[in-house]
Design a protein around this ligand. Structure first.
Ligand code: G
Ligand code: G
Ligand code: MN
Ligand code: NA
Length: 249
């Protein structure tokens, strides 16, 4: 397929880049980390969304090459921030790759980075399909000091019973629920439930897709610990991320 062919050359052609979106803490709204988000700007057809090309990369081995590039770049920019962590998305196949933990540890050590400044974002599908193996992988990562975030929480098929098994640091509430919060009682109820669940399990909760002051206030009242979204900042270039990180607003 055309996308697959283009993607296999995207790194060499310099068509890939990362943007970074701040994650803020609820009280002072200080920036405690950034999520790294991949962008592909093709010379021939302009930008293609990761929502389109990540699934295609997932079907082939290209996801590993892309993932290695993303991690390498994320660790480079991390060295320019005073204290923040970088939150990196890993697709299910990356997470299940042979020697995933060993490779990650080696890359991070070689870059001279403290694993506590690296957050691994995985989705429910990555861990609930083979729960025992995933639990073992997460345990090892956590032992090494990595942070673990469960992304898009609430949209998958997680068994709440199984979630106890996993060594997690935080849940990321999917932005569809934040979006619906002001309009539908159901979304608001789900947001509150996830925040309570997080507290009960000793996990942080990051609300994604916060776009308005009203959402920020509602989330604060509900006790949500961290937030991310256009209200604070869109994903920004490496240079802007560095300014934001230094300013610690
Ligand atoms: O940034 P945007 O909303 O366009 O991202 C769309 C989707 O692509 C999101 O689900 C996001 O998690 C995913 N994504 C973005 N960057 C990466 C990446 O570096 N690796 C993986 N595996 N997924 C990514
Ligand atoms: O699946 P994941 O959570 O990794 O996807 C993150 C995606 O959400 C990114 O593509 C990012 O650009 C997008 N995003 C981040 N903040 C907002 C927001 O406030 N509103 C909307 N609509 N999208 C957002
Ligand atoms: Mn994410
Ligand atoms: Na998400």
């Amino acid at each position: 397929r055309a996308i697959e062919g283009g993607l296999s050359q995207a790194i060499a052609k310099g068509e890939l880049s990362l943007v970074y979106q701040p994650i803020v803490a609820r009280e002072e709204l200080e920036v405690i980390g950034f999520e790294a988000l991949l962008r592909w700007n093709t010379n021939d057809h302009g930008p293609i969304s990761p929502a389109v090309f990540i699934p295609i990369a997932e079907e082939t081995n290209l996801i590993h090459e892309l993932g290695d590039w993303v991690l390498g770049e994320s660790l480079k920019v991390l060295a320019e921030w005073p204290s923040q962590y970088v939150s990196v998305n890993f697709s299910p196949r990356q997470f299940r790759r042979h020697n995933f933990v060993a490779r990650l540890v080696e890359t991070v050590q070689r870059a001279g980075i403290d694993p506590r400044r690296v957050q691994i974002e995985i989705t429910e599908t990555a861990i609930f399909d083979d729960a025992d193996r995933a639990a073992d992988t997460l345990y090892k990562l956590r032992q090494m000091g990595f942070r673990i975030a469960l992304d898009d929480f609430g949209t998958g098929y997680s068994s709440l019973y199984n979630i106890r098994k996993f060594a997690l640091d935080c849940l990321k509430i999917d932005r569809s629920f934040i979006d619906g919060m002001g309009r539908e009682r159901e979304s608001a109820a789900i947001v509150h439930s996830i925040i309570h669940l997080g507290h009960a399990l000793g996990l942080g909760v990051i609300a994604e897709g916060v776009e308005t002051e009203a959402q920020l206030q509602a989330l604060r009242v509900a006790g949500c610990s961290h937030m991310q979204g256009y209200f604070f900042s869109r994903p920004v270039t490496q240079d802007v991320a560095c300014e934001i990180a230094q300013a610690r607003y």
